[in-house]
Design a protein around this ligand. Sequence first.
Ligand SMILES: Nc1ncnc2c1ncn2[C@@H]1O[C@H](COP(=O)(O)OP(=O)(O)OP(=O)(O)O)[C@@H](O)[C@H]1O
Ligand SMILES: O=P(O)(O)O[C@@H]1[C@H](O)[C@H](O)[C@@H](OP(=O)(O)O)[C@H](OP(=O)(O)O)[C@H]1O
Length: 449
Amino acid sequence: MPKECRRKSSKDFGLSGTVFTEGSRLERRAAGKAPQICDDLVQRAAQITESSSARAPAVMDSPRVPQVTITPEGGGSSREMQQEDWDDAVDGTLRRKLSNSSISSTGSSLVESEDDILSDNESKSKGIITLEHLGDSGESKPWWKLKTVVHWPFSATQRRKLNWVQLAGHKGNFKAADEGNILKKFSENEKQCFEKLRDDVLLPFVPSFHGVVEKDGESFLHMTDLLSNFDLPNVMDCKMGVRTYLEEELVRARERPKQREDLYKKMVEVDSEGPTPQEHSQRGVTKPRYMQWRESMSSTNTLGFRIEGIKKSDGTCRTDFKKTRSKQDVVQEFKDFVGGNPDILKSYLSRLKEIQQALKTSEFFKQHEVIGSSLLFIHDHKSNAQVWIIDFGKTTVLPEGQTLNHDIPWQEGNREDGYLWGLQKLLDTLKSVSNEESFSSVTKETDCQ
Ligand SMILES: Nc1ncnc2c1ncn2[C@@H]1O[C@H](COP(=O)(O)OP(=O)(O)OP(=O)(O)O)[C@@H](O)[C@H]1O
Ligand SMILES: O=P(O)(O)O[C@@H]1[C@H](O)[C@H](O)[C@@H](OP(=O)(O)O)[C@H](OP(=O)(O)O)[C@H]1O
């Protein structure tokens, strides 16, 4: 989600943190975007580093996800997810462990968020929606302009109301555009990503970007509607990575802790025992605390991706995957999604392998922390099947010269996102679906419409 749309700016906040395990990270961050708090960080980091045992570079096969304690005083400590937690995560007791652990989250955004005053239902848009055009006045004169090309003569006959599927993200973020395209609320960050992707090997896997358009002072990213060539598409959104929030969000939470009632309510809705007693009494949780809880409840921490939503060709739409965590459950959802069609599964597998290959050679990918990005799976009854990389609202460039592996554990400060690790798990999941004996005997999917 482009924060710039909803918040004043997330770019105004520098990367910082309290947990450092290597001097080089510390230097890098000290030289980074938040010089005003560097001295403090250096001191705190030194204390923490002294007291913590050295952490050897690890591979993602023994997953360790640091769980970060945020206190109103601005102090912080981290607790890494251990093998026993990992096992627990799989058998379902991680939530209890986390609740009992030192995680107390008490901080969030520095600035007031528009969403803070909206209920979940008001702020989220998940499912089948009708996309409206901007300022659809019926006049034939141009109603928007491309910043670079000046005027776009978008005639009334080209305007259409679009029945569309938005499986994640915030309400009102998308508008209908000309045939085959959509508009997404402007994010400087996402725009820059799209521009850089023009010269990258990932280009064939992201929606085509046609520039920025403006209307009444509001800007939008004009891009290809990935659903437009499909007939009654089945769509699945999988959010990638082992972490779904930016390191800077942790920093914000420490600097100006903000208890959010909307997030508390969302947590209670899924699990009344989710919040700690303190969180219950204040009826609020911080954003990172909520995001970490979401990650641990779903398959984000354990598989490096999670299902956000599924819309099927029969018109049904589900976004109730907050507790879909085990590989078995995820396999079942995929199995149901592809409807027993081996051709679709094969196409998905081959496209995912292409994406994996491209990611491994992509300069863009090396140089960016990819947070909150999704893979969008789309297929229809004609066995057309595609996978696309979407949502670069929280994909942030690293300092010059720094690169990421994307498949080693995250420790605060290293900015690793676990994207490639998750992608491998996603591939394994799909392979499991195709290997299941029952699957091969299922006949081709028949859509319900
Ligand atoms: N180019 C596209 N073509 C078709 N559908 C799209 C496209 N981009 C996004 N969507 C749909 O909109 C949903 C939300 O997209 P996206 O993740 O980009 O929005 P967001 O508001 O940034 O989300 P979040 O707040 O979760 O980061 C996706 O799940 C998908 O259903
Ligand atoms: O999926 P849920 O449970 O509804 O939770 C939301 C989801 O994690 C979004 O990714 C996040 O937006 P960002 O990715 O843009 O941070 C949003 O934060 P927000 O409420 O601050 O917008 C969360 O509320």
